[in-house]
Ligand binder design. Structure first.
Ligand SMILES: [Fe+2]
Length: 349
């Protein structure tokens, strides 16, 4: 059973069991009004209903789609063999990022991009993103406390980082696309950041009205840690109890804890009937780009250093991942070595 963690009555055991065994927790006491989330999804659907030519003006291949609109079939999961996800997304940064990092990582620290005449969309988006961020920081403090490594260790490492909130719309499948294995809403993957907050998705029927999930297989599924009974882990439906949201461990938190906490593999399964769509939101808390990714001293052993070494900066790690999932061009990796050999030329000639 995935534990419930109440922010008003923190239980370290529940937290460690959730993040350690399942890679996720259901969180109560988050103070996110369901009405705010529903009304945000209404605004997001209005934005995604605007003409394609207009949406392209808020899109940004130049900034690796880290702000504004991401067209359908752009992102691919690393283990999906290059199959893109059937979704369109929006990215915005809800909290202050470190301005100095713009020179080093211009794409992931870019300014927000907003559609024209979208004040309500922007306000609700930022309000939700900010609150999800606060919830995440509170969880990270409790998490560090429970691990006995100093309460502020994780939160200090996130200050000014490239945190981003994503709105997603999983697109309706046609009758021909239903049951075709290669059409996926979100292929199985783990998130590459520190901690992800998911306030809960909504399904819409073919007429566009909110509805219950159209079949028992549709929606968010999470894979638990392998055990003797389930050597490949178990796929668990990620629907939290009423009034709770989901918090999910990302790769950065797994690395820092030498695997004591588990980055949760998760998948978004499309319905088996045509015409249904789904909206969701995710807030990604990242380490600051200058933080080093290697198990913290308490979690170092020969085994964990082999598993998670060699160390890299969180910023470098992010660039590599964005290339892997098809959002950044492969040439971005060329920046990672010395690039100024040409400086020597004029001196020699
Ligand atoms: Fe994810």
């Amino acid at each position: 059973m995935i534990p419930v963690f109440d922010l008003d009555a923190p239980d370290p055991e529940a937290l460690l069991q959730g993040f350690g065994q399942y890679g996720l927790l259901y969180v109560r006491g988050h103070r996110i009004a369901p009405d705010l989330l529903s009304s945000f999804y209404d605004e997001y659907l209005k934005v995604t209903a605007r003409p394609e030519e207009e949406k392209q003006t808020w899109s940004g291949a130049d900034i690796w789609y880290q702000r504004g609109w991401t067209p359908p079939n752009t992102e691919t999961a690393v283990i999906a063999g290059g199959q893109p996800d059937f979704k369109e997304c929006y990215f915005a940064a809800p909290v202050q990022v470190d301005p100095e990092m713009r020179h080093l990582y211009p794409e992931v620290y870019a300014d927000n991009r907003w559609p024209r005449n979208s004040d309500v969309f922007r306000e609700k988006y930022l309000a939700l993103g900010k609150r999800l961020h606060e919830v995440g920081l509170a969880l990270l403090d409790s998490c560090a406390d429970a691990l006995g490594i100093g309460r502020r260790v994780f939160v200090t490492g996130t200050s000014g980082g490239p945190h981003v909130t994503r709105a997603l719309k999983y697109l309706p499948l046609s009758a021909e696309q239903v049951n075709q294995d290669h059409i996926v809403w979100g292929e199985e993957h783990t998130d590459f950041n520190l901690l992800t907050l998911l306030p809960g998705g909504r399904f819409f029927d073919p007429a566009g009205a909110p509805c219950a999930r159209p079949d028992p297989d549709a929606g968010l599924y999470l894979r638990t840690r392998p055990s003797d009974a389930h050597p490949r882990g178990e796929l668990v439906y990620g629907r939290p109890p009423e009034g709770c949201i989901v918090a999910q461990v990302g790769q950065q938190l797994e690395i820092l804890t030498g695997g004591d906490l588990l980055a949760t593999p998760h998948v978004i399964t499309a319905p088996k009937q045509p015409g249904y769509s789904r909206t969701s939101m995710a807030h990604f808390i990242h380490l600051h780009s200058e933080e080093r990714l290697l198990p913290l001293s308490k979690f170092r052993s020969e085994e964990t250093l082999k598993s998670y070494g060699p160390p890299v900066l969180a910023g470098t790690y992010g660039m590599k991942t964005l290339v892997d999932i098809g959002l950044a061009p492969r040439e971005a990796l060329e920046k990672l070595g010395y690039r100024n050999y040409g400086h020597v030329g004029p001196v020699r000639d």
